[in-house]
Unconditional design. Structure first.
Length: 413
């Protein structure tokens, strides 16, 4: 990933050239829906009222990562910008970021204990803090209460294990129109590679070795977890095939009993009017585990006015910015006091038990920390597609993934 970023930056420098309009103030770049543009503008206005000596220029981008790399490659990076924990290490190693560590240590008004520990430490690399977390989310189980009630199945709870999950999937799968083919399913298989983490971890397996130098997907524990997922579709027939999905959102249309996802789906699910839905902890395996996804404000290595940027980052990731995150519903606020307040735990808003997201952090983990995140993901998803399409079994796929990833990691040495 480090080499990929370096090459991309060289190419984009040639494409973007040296010209272009120069904007005044701190350039703040972020992604999000168009609803978030007004919210971000309001937060920036609040910051500028509190700090009239600092001007901020917000930059919203739908094609975020491409635009970010073009700006960095052209020598005009944003001063402060969003970055996920997945690509974080690659950007640090590529020299694209500056550390907040020194100014953090001298700021007597800053208290890192205000933040959840795991999301905060996700952006600490080799003893240096490179980002202040915006929001985070674990994976949780979303379920259609109406389907459960009709099938006579009790709602998921903390006692559920994989066997309970599978049994509920079978009872909730149904041919609703009598044509002999199921059109309501127990579970929608999430096929992205990061959505295998919780299953693999819960079964005692891993993605990379603890030193990050070897892929360990070919362990019996990981293989069994992957085969369990594939069997949901091809053996038990409780998850729709690619043809049955046909690009439709089967959960919001009431055709799926359960789906595993992050907090980011909540604003969309709050628009559902045809059925009641809820959330629960993930069904447990040998242990409990879920990946955590988090995003932070990070600073460019080209930034000069570090003190002002630090003040902006603190404001946006602190109480004011966290309240915006809470009310928007897309993620869990990184500031603990806001997350445990009615701003986030609002019983009048679905889901009524949002404390489950907070409880899940006790068994949450970060994904592998590697500069090769993107390349490993590409390798895994290429081969996992053959598993999800029923072309190969999990043992074959795990062997191919392990061989491909280990070859990639060996090239780094």
């Amino acid at each position: 990933m480090k080499e990929l970023i370096a090459v991309t930056l060289c190419i984009t420098f040639l494409i973007s050239g040296c010209g272009g309009k120069k904007e005044e103030g701190i350039k703040l770049m972020y992604w999000g829906s168009y609803e978030e543009i007004d919210i971000m503008n309001n937060i920036v206005s609040a910051f500028e009222q509190k700090h009239p000596e600092i001007d901020v220029y917000p930059i919203h981008s739908a094609n975020y990562m491409d635009k970010l790399q073009i700006m960095i490659g052209g020598g005009t990076p944003p001063d402060l910008f969003y970055l996920g924990n997945d690509n974080f290490v690659a950007y640090v190693e590529a020299g694209a970021l500056s550390s907040f560590e020194e100014i953090k240590r001298t700021d007597t008004l800053f208290d890192e204990q205000d933040y959840f520990e795991l999301p905060f430490n996700a952006f600490n690399y080799e003893g240096n803090l490179y980002g202040l977390p915006i929001s985070w989310t674990p994976l949780v189980l979303y379920y259609n209460k109406d389907i459960f009630d009709e099938a006579g199945v009790s709602y998921p709870d903390t006692t559920w294990d994989w066997d309970d999950f599978l049994a509920a999937c079978k009872r909730c799968t149904k041919d609703t129109d009598g044509d002999g083919v199921a059109d309501q399913f127990g579970y929608l298989l999430s096929t992205g590679w990061t959505f295998t983490f919780n299953w693999i971890w819960q079964n005692g397996g891993g993605i990379l070795s603890t030193d990050g130098k070897r892929c360990v997907i070919d362990s019996p524990e990981a293989i069994d977890a992957l085969q369990f997922l594939a069997d949901l579709r091809w053996k038990h027939n409780v998850s729709p095939t690619p043809e049955q999905i046909a690009q439709r959102d089967l959960f919001t249309t009431g055709r799926i009993a359960m789906i595993i996802s992050g907090r980011w789906v909540v604003p969309r699910y709050r628009t559902i009017t045809d059925f009641r839905w809820g959330i629960s902890h993930l069904p447990k395996g040998k242990i409990r585990a879920t990946p955590i996804f988090t995003t932070a404000y990070v600073m460019s290595n080209k930034s000069k006015n570090i003190k002002d940027i630090w003040e902006l980052a603190k404001f946006l990731s602190g109480n004011e910015g966290s309240r915006f995150i809470a009310e928007l519903g897309l993620g869990v606020p990184s500031v603990k006091s806001v997350a445990f307040s009615p701003h986030f735990l609002d019983p009048e808003q679905s889901p009524e038990n949002s404390e489950i997201y907070l409880d899940a952090i006790s068994y949450a983990r970060l994904g592998p920390r590697t500069i090769h995140w993107q390349e490993i993901g590409n390798i895994m998803e290429t081969y996992l597609d053959e598993l999800w399409f029923g072309k190969k079994n999990a043992k074959e796929i795990a062997g191919l993934i392990t061989k491909g990833v280990n070859k990639l990691l060996a090239e780094e040495k």
